[in-house]
Design a protein around this ligand. Structure first.
Ligand code: C2O
Ligand code: CU
Ligand code: CU
Length: 465
């Protein structure tokens, strides 16, 4: 998979957009494999030697002494041995083969799910990913065929992200007004792209479709719904199918979250309907008058149950870790970045779960924002979220709750790898550390936060530790 610069036609009326892609397209080519089959990918850095955006050399891991253009690819949601996981410091630079590439082994010994690959380079991951280095990877399980969910052209991955586009069609990435320190805490573009296109349409038949939706934005949260207010079903989340379809009218998605949804267009023949998020129109579905003759049968039924998700009992956890999410302010109350547990990236590793043990992590959010927290290697379940007094916690270190713990909604009750930790809430997740021993990372998936210290390593200790 060559990582290279290319041009992408984002809209008919815009000049081509210069992007940095994995595999030559944006999003990159969708990788597909059956679970347990495994996959070997060589990611090769063929980028130019100057970066497309301004680098903030004050950020840890992006110092002036380092090469400007670096890349390392991570498979998000993959149960991957540490050496192939794309550790943020394991970047490679463009140059002669093979020193410009990394060969990664993905055993895929996990459940079927919609994964994605993206850049993870220390200190510049927000810029590389924004430039286009992201794509889908779908793990299939033949045992799910019996559910008769829509397949082939009725099963569509949909990567939604926002960008700032200049009138000449080129990507814009904002910089701060601080000289020499260009980092900004958040980026929100007003061009919303669906599979790399601005305001596209999709011709569909009046039948059932499966969309694997993923929020590929750096920082924007989406609240997706249909313009005609029709309901649809969510059948999966980050790490695969839910136990049963959940009827929904709107889905909220933070960066890096995935939602598998079923939309039944059979009652909308001849109409056009838009996918929207707040005041944004994202794309249009043009529904044909009748199904194609080849498939002219009624829309397949939505299965009543999908995949049994056993809830993990809290009592099986061997350890509970309380971890804060913190914002650091300068004297005039400008954000200087976020931290996990008030600890910078380069401090010694403090989270060392033992392979196959189960832990509860309590994410105590002391900031004013919701942060999508992601752990590499593992999948987990959300236990609950509970409001608390942030002032009392910051001044006295006491956790004083304001209300009852709220269990996750049905669509959040499956397996996850990214969880929204909402402000002034304690979000508890329960995590079986299955897979492989070694050094991994956990971080906020708002990429501006991740690049500026809202990321920490953790180490899975071998069995018997
Ligand atoms: Cu989506 Cu650390 O990654
Ligand atoms: Cu990941
Ligand atoms: Cu964050």
């Amino acid at each position: 998979m060559p990582i290279r610069e290319t041009t992408v036609k984002v809209h008919r009326d815009l000049p081509p957009t210069r992007m940095w892609t994995i595999g030559g397209s944006f999003p990159g080519p969708t990788l597909q494999t059956d679970i347990a089959k495994g996959m070997i990918v060589e990611w090769e850095n063929r980028l130019p030697s100057r970066h497309i955006f301004s680098i903030d050399h004050a950020l840890h891991g992006a110092e002036k002494s380092l090469p400007e253009v670096r890349a390392v690819v991570h498979l998000h949601g993959g149960r991957t041995p540490a050496a192939s996981d794309g550790y943020p410091e394991d970047w490679v630079v463009p140059g002669k083969s093979p020193s410009n590439s990394q060969t990664c082994y993905y055993p895929s010994l996990q459940h079927a799910a919609t994964l994605f690959y993206h850049d993870h380079t220390m200190g510049i991951n927000r810029l590389n990913t924004y430039a286009g280095m992201i794509g889908f990877c779908i793990l299939r399980d033949p045992r799910e065929d019996s559910l008769a969910l829509p397949t082939g052209e009725y099963n569509i991955p949909l990567l939604i992200c926002d960008r700032m586009l200049r009138t000449d069609g080129q990507l814009d990435y904002p910089v701060s007004e601080k000289p020499g320190e260009v980092w900004v805490p958040e980026v929100f573009g007003d061009a919303i792209l669906a599979n790399g296109k601005l305001l596209p349409y999709l011709d569909v038949e009046p039948t059932l479709y499966r969309f694997r939706v993923m929020n590929g934005a750096n920082g924007r949260f989406f609240r997706f719904s249909l313009s005609n207010k029709a309901g649809f079903h969510q059948i999966g989340s980050d790490q695969g199918l839910l136990s049963a379809p959940v009827p929904v009218k709107r889905i909220v998605m933070a960066p890096a979250e995935r939602a598998d949804i079923l939309i039944d267009f059979s009652s909308m023949a001849g109409q056009s309907v838009q996918l929207i998020s707040d005041s944004f129109t994202i794309m249009q579905f043009r529904i044909a008058q009748s199904p194609s003759p080849a498939t002219s049968k009624p829309a397949p039924a939505i299965p009543a149950t999908l995949h049994k998700v056993e809830r993990i009992a809290e009592s099986t956890a061997v350890r509970t870790r309380r971890l804060t999410l913190d914002e650091v302010m300068d004297p005039v109350q400008r954000s200087m970045g976020m931290l996990l547990n008030n600890t910078p990236w380069h401090a010694p590793i403090t989270e060392k779960p033992v392979l196959n043990s189960i832990e509860i992590w309590e994410l105590v959010n002391l900031t004013d924002d919701s942060h999508p927290i992601h752990l590499h290697l593992v999948r987990f379940q959300i236990l609950d979220r509970r409001p608390f007094d942030t002032f009392e916690y910051q001044s006295k270190g006491i956790l004083h709750f304001f209300g009852l713990a709220q269990p996750p909604a049905p669509e959040e009750s499956g397996w996850k790898d990214t969880v929204r930790a909402d402000p002034a809430m304690v979000t508890r997740i329960i995590i079986p550390f299955q897979g492989y021993p070694g050094r991994y990372v956990w971080h906020c998936h708002i990429l501006e936060h991740e690049d500026n210290e809202m990321m920490r390593p953790f180490e899975v200790l071998p069995l018997g530790s």
